[in-house]
Design a protein. Structure first.
Length: 253
């Protein structure tokens, strides 16, 4: 379900380097003085929460599944009862924007949800097709076994880098250009993000599965540039979103 723990840690760690002074002040007030130490670990909290008994309904909040004839994201069709990652992001934003209506605990949870959901909405097989359960029903050969397409984009690609999240986050921080940041933050609507992600799923994740027909270094090499960009894009947008929510340090009272 979405990026692996390590993927979310890369995104959170990279986003942290782009947070404004106002965001740091607000987060310290809201999350506590230890927030810097807990930041990266908190990025997987929403996934762990959805795995607890009784919280199965929360699993749909990490993804969107499109019909094959979809031409855009449709809230009524693709996010019934607000159970999808788009609605989850918008609701979490609302909690912070309208903080006077919510408790500090709810605001803390909203930050942790955003840490996770903004990553989720950039994982291509989290925005795939309903017909194959976002790639879970598509099996590719891998040596003497088979793995599913969703797992490859969730975990497999990042595993093959052989690098720790901190190493990748550090490398990415040096590579992102101002023009990339400007382009990626020009549209901050999660409804558009998820459709953009679906196009990546359709044109890269699924197409590579058709072309390669197996999970190996060939698939990895063809997928990595896109995977890397999705991680960077998620981190940039997460930081931009939090900086906007916490601008002037007025989000926490």
């Amino acid at each position: 379900m979405a990026f692996s723990r390590e993927g979310h840690e890369v995104i959170a760690g990279l986003a942290f380097t782009m947070l404004s002074d106002e965001s740091h002040k607000a987060l310290s007030s809201l999350m506590g003085s230890q927030y810097r130490l807990e930041w990266v670990g908190s990025s997987y909290w929403a996934h762990e929460l959805s795995q607890r008994p009784g919280n199965e309904w929360m699993q749909s909040l990490h993804e969107v599944q499109f019909d094959t004839d979809a031409t855009a994201f449709s809230p009524t069709k693709d996010c019934a009862d607000n159970k999808c990652v788009v609605a989850a992001i918008l609701e979490s934003e609302k909690v912070i924007k309208e903080r006077a209506k919510f408790t500090l605990v709810q605001q803390r949870h909203a930050v942790k949800f955003l840490l996770n959901y903004v990553g989720d909405i950039h994982q291509p097989t989290n925005c795939g097709f309903k017909r194959d359960d976002n790639g879970r029903k598509i099996l590719l050969e891998s040596g003497d076994k088979k793995v599913n397409l969703h797992w490859i984009w969730d975990t497999g690609i990042l595993q093959l880098t052989g690098k720790k999240w901190s190493t990748l986050a550090g490398e990415f921080a040096k590579q992102i250009k101002p023009e990339q940041t400007a382009a990626w933050t020009a549209d901050m609507d999660p409804q558009h993000w998820v459709w953009e992600c679906h196009q990546v799923a359709r044109n890269v994740a699924y197409q590579s599965a058709l072309d390669k027909k197996k999970w190996d270094m060939g698939y990895y090499k063809s997928a990595w540039p896109t995977y890397e960009e999705q991680l960077k894009k998620a981190a940039v947008r997460l930081a931009y979103l939090l900086n906007d929510l916490f601008k002037d340090n007025t989000a926490v009272k």
